[in-house]
Design a binder for this molecule. Sequence first.
Ligand code: HEM
Length: 396
Amino acid sequence: MKFAKDKSRSNLIDKNLQHQLRCTNTSVSVDLQKLTNCCAVQNVSKIPNQCQYVIEIPINDPIYSNNNKTCMSFNRAVTSANFSCPLMPATFMVEVSQYIDGSQIYGSSDTIATGLRTFINGKLRSDIVKGNQNTGVEEFCPQVNRTTLECDSSTNSRVCFQAGDIRINQNLGNALLHNLFLRFHNHLASKLFYLNQFWTDEILYQETRKIIGAVIQHITYDHYLPIILGETYTEYYGLFTPRTMYSDRINPSTSLEFAASSFRILHNQIPAQLNFIDKMYKIAFQVNLTDWMDRPDLLPMGKNVEWLIRGLVETTGREYQASYNQLISNFLFLYNFPDITGQDLLSIDIQRGRDVGLPVYNQVRSICGISLANSFDDLLDLIPFKVNFTTHVIEK
Ligand code: HEM
């Protein structure tokens, strides 16, 4: 595969890695399960725990005021049950494996992993879709058993994929990457079987899984991080793979600061539109990302897999800036919940930080051994001027 530009390469990788690293178990998460409209229960005498932190919208908001919306639903994350009640800070539950081990493909529990396997020659379950003369036969992730058109938070989806991470259907880019890794697994498993005819299904599955996990680690450390952090920082912190080795003495859990804040910053690179690009490198068509949330129906149609891969590779992510694209910051999940006028991912990310009790930025600087900032100028060491300038404006 040829990568056009570094930023587009990160666009492709981003989509899948996000879900490898963390999945906070929000009680009724916006994207994981059915959305509870917390705004509707704000006037009851006892507001349910998960609905305590709704987002208030100013009456003059340029988008939401059009529909007289002054409240955005928000579901609090679930804390771990602490039966002995020691006076300790609450911890937030994490649903997925904390290692970069391909759990988004294989699952983070035995039950899910078992449900995704064929138990024949190390392969994962898949659906073979027969297209027409031009498209041929293609392999896709298996579909969830359903009796209605409901798929995650969408009420009307023809296609509803199943994988190791339940957010597979959340957006088209993510669904695409899941399908590619499924194909990659099954392809590798057949190659290994060809070379090792006496290997059992279990050996074939585990060996293939090991290779896929290693490929994802290699992509993450050697290709993705240098784009995001720059080669100098990646080298400086010893993050390139030969120096990043497994150690059983290191606690691998993801810090809350990383999951609830730092890693979400990359939401600002998500483009509003996805391009489907044909083999002549012409844009065949374009869709709004937010029109297809939890509804991956487009993928198994025509040449869309090939065209979307090309689209993600050839399209640059958004320039780094202190905002998200206007569709995910106004109309996220709009299609699924027209009655609540979409959602604002930026507000949700900020509110999630409050929900899980993130320390303020200056405090984290100090925890990381960086001097406290006493003025806006002191922030310039780590924050580019443009972002810092926005902070000035907000402050005024
Ligand atoms: C099309 C693209 C994407 C959409 C629509 C999307 C949407 C979302 C939503 C709705 C949440 C849950 C917010 C909450 O309730 O707190 C979330 C969480 C998160 N996203 Fe994204 N996201 C996208 C891409 C990315 C990318 C590219 C990254 C990073 C590379 C990323 C990193 C994260 C992280 C770290 C979380 C927190 C996970 C957790 O702790 O549960 N996302 N995203």
